[in-house]
Design a protein around this ligand. Structure first.
Ligand code: ATP
Ligand code: ZN
Ligand code: MG
Length: 322
């Protein structure tokens, strides 16, 4: 490079630096600035402030109030499930790219010394990490199916469950709405096709009312799961053609790519067959679930009503914190 030319382009040492307009802060940066989300150094893995958590908890209560009279059986599982159940669930067929397995050190003392040496040298130290019997839960309903199956045939009228779990999906992103560890509240219905489809209709209406009462702009759209690979394209097309999945979308990160805050899924007899869950008459049970992304709805509220919870519209505050 021509030295004289490049030094011509540089401001003289006594000149003030050019005043460049600052880049607009992203939504994620503004959440960090406010301390609502807390950086960990990993995209999609965040701490949350007390204020953020107060909204998550309020939403959880609101969902309970709306579904409360239905008599769902509440069950809570830790955010890990049995690897054997995970393997049988079929998750790895559809979503190998999202799964997270728990590994642990399984070496001897010499292996331990090597691990520490690798760590010191900044080299890969994971050689003696082996898969444990635990896999991170990918969706709140996954640990439920084997438990329901073990109870034997469904009663007449089927079953209804209320679940909430941290879920893991390996989908690092700079969109604050796409976390790797997040909480999903769910209701799950098991029974005849008519029973589970009526449940899904009911929650499509209830979810729409809940979110519009919270002052959020929304649309219900047909959707598909993010199946892996070329075979996944066919599964996704099939899911859409049969109207098996709907999402309640709210613009959060952008207007043209709104965010799925609630999902309404009809699994047909997929889990019934996989887990041998049978109706009272012995025929395979159908299942459906409605999932609420608790962080996503919180982020939608922060986006539309502002980062200061005290300044949210009074009626929204009353519904949440009443
Ligand atoms: P997306 O279409 O955005 O990838 P999804 O269709 O995979 O989401 P579901 O599998 O239906 O989502 O999960 C149920 C609910 O969990 C979603 O409606 C959403 O609110 C929430 N959710 C899903 N993935 C994430 C994530 N990565 N971070 C936060 N919430 C999520
Ligand atoms: Zn589910
Ligand atoms: Mg989706």
């Amino acid at each position: 490079m021509d030295q004289s030319l490049s030094s011509d382009l540089l401001p003289a040492a006594d000149e003030a630096p050019v005043d460049v307009a600052p880049e607009p802060r992203s939504f994620l940066d503004r959440l960090f600035d406010r301390g609502l989300l807390i950086r960990t150094g990993v995209d999609g893995l965040y701490g949350r402030s007390g204020a953020f958590e107060s909204v998550v908890e309020a939403l959880d209560r609101l969902v309970s109030r709306i579904g409360g009279a239905d008599g769902a059986e509440a069950l809570r599982f830790p955010p890990g499930m049995a690897r054997s159940s995970f393997e049988r669930s079929g998750y790895l067929k559809g979503f190998p790219h999202l799964a997270g397995t728990v590994h642990s050190f399984c070496g001897n003392e010499a292996d331990h010394a090597r691990l520490l040496a690798c760590l010191d040298a900044g080299e890969d130290w994971t050689a003696k990490q082996a898969a444990t019997d635990i896999v991170l839960t990918p969706a709140a309903c996954y640990p439920l199916y084997p438990v329901a199956a073990a109870r034997g045939r469904l009663p007449e009228g089927g079953l209804l469950f209320d679940l909430q779990s941290y879920c893991f999906r390996h989908e690092p992103s700079l969109e604050p709405t796409r976390m790797q560890l997040f909480r999903m509240r769910e209701y799950v219905r098991m029974g005849t096709p008519e029973q589970v489809l009526a449940f899904r209709e009911l929650w499509l209406a209830r979810g729409t009312k809940m979110m519009s009462d919270l002052g959020l702009p929304l649309a219900i759209d047909p959707a598909n799961d993010p199946f892996f690979g070329r075979a996944g394209k066919m599964l996704a097309n099939n899911q859409r053609a049969q109207a098996l999945k709907f999402e309640l979308n709210v613009p959060v990160n952008s207007e043209d790519k709104p965010t799925a805050c609630l999902s309404f899924n009809y699994h047909q007899d997929h889990f019934g067959t996989t887990w041998d869950i049978n109706q009272a008459d012995g025929s395979t049970a159908h299942t459906a679930c409605v999932g609420f992304g608790l962080e996503r709805i919180t982020l939608a509220l922060l986006r539309h009503h502002g980062l200061d919870l005290d300044a949210w519209p009074a009626d929204v505050r009353a519904q949440l914190f009443g």
